[in-house]
Design a protein around this ligand. Sequence first.
Ligand SMILES: NC(=O)c1ccc[n+]([C@@H]2O[C@H](COP(=O)([O-])OP(=O)(O)OC[C@H]3O[C@@H](n4cnc5c(N)ncnc54)[C@H](O)[C@@H]3O)[C@@H](O)[C@H]2O)c1
Length: 413
Amino acid sequence: MKKYVLVGCGSRGYGSYAKPIVENYGDCAALVGVFDTNRKRAERVPSLLDAGIPVFDDFETMIRETKPDTVIVTSPDCTHDAYIIRAMELGCDVISEKPVTTDAQKAATIIEAKERTGKNLTVTFNLRFSPFAKRVKQYLRQGIIGDVLSVHFEWLLNTRHGADYFRRWHRERKNSGSLLIHKSTHHFDFVNWLLEDDPVAVNAFGTRRFYGPTREKRSERCLTCPYKADCEFYFDITQGVNKSLYLDCEDADGYYRDRCVFADEIDIEDSVSVNVSYSGGAVMSYSLTAHSPYEGFHLILNGTKGRMEIEKLSTELPGYAEDAKEKIVVYNREGEVIRIAQPKVDAANHGGSDTLLRDYLFRGKIREPELMQGASLRDGLMSIGIGIAANLSMKENRRVSLAEFFDGTDGLR
Ligand SMILES: NC(=O)c1ccc[n+]([C@@H]2O[C@H](COP(=O)([O-])OP(=O)(O)OC[C@H]3O[C@@H](n4cnc5c(N)ncnc54)[C@H](O)[C@@H]3O)[C@@H](O)[C@H]2O)c1
């Protein structure tokens, strides 16, 4: 039986780790402590689960008293580094939510701590575990389109999902590193993993013209907004888990889960366009739109033997289930068109990937080890590396090489 503690008891910490550990992994995993800077929210974990999990006021005390094997980090992105490093120094392995961290300086301190302590750090890229992603990976490994020469990748967040990043801490760069780190880390890791290659240089542009101070009718938050009856971005914090985890706990720290998406303080982009070159010679054009009418992605891989077109429209958000569409089509040089049938996906849990990810994390269960679905610190770094370089490219209006800030990552292989 392995012992785990959790730092950060928001929706991800509670819903994706605490709840499943208690309800589904009791035979192999025990949650022996939780910590959050908002004690009220931390106390929700044992009370919502009706489980006797100790709540701590201090991270170090939690580690010293519970002596866990592994610390699970689900606090805001900019705080990951401090917990990862301290956990490793105190003798624990770490499971960190993505992104592993938000900038190059923090990344360097994590690399140093990992080398010094020899502890294990897993970064949770659930996209690698989706049945859909696995299929694409398998077909590439079989060489169905030969060597990949170029990638065209468009990721779309609709105005329900995408807007959520503009309500909370994510909307300030200092917290999330921008969507290029917070969100695109999934997408960059996906391509790095498919190509089995390292990104080397990046050029990026980005704008914010949809969210932010773009309309007159706005307020501090939805709960008290005079325009809420008419606003299509109204977020109801008075029901369910949003009430118990956020509204009922906000007096402890002033964390409003429903801030206005048209606020002045928003300093992240809502549209980005990024070009990436890889060490093996492939090139990628990538874009992220956080205000699309529908949710999903379009990924095109051009190879020496053909072209694979992948399209996935999300099934997990209300309103899209009926139109849900997933397809993989391969065009080869003999003029054939191969349509690859899709497995039925679990509409919840990020397309079923969260369950498979947890089986890997807590049971060490992995069906096809050759697909390398588990992600290391190095994988986490290579994905945020594109985002860090893109941020720098936009700031300094130039092409940026990852070697400018990542040195010595080969030792992490
Ligand atoms: N892989 C995925 O699909 C996925 C999905 C959602 C979130 N995440 C990641 O999970 C993490 C948490 O996201 P969330 O949506 O649950 O956020 P959240 O804001 O709902 O929860 C974060 C929690 O951390 C607490 N906190 C704030 N500062 C802290 C600090 N310094 N120390 C300890 N606790 C602190 C907050 O009080 C809150 O309870 C983020 O890193 C996010 O990127 C990943």
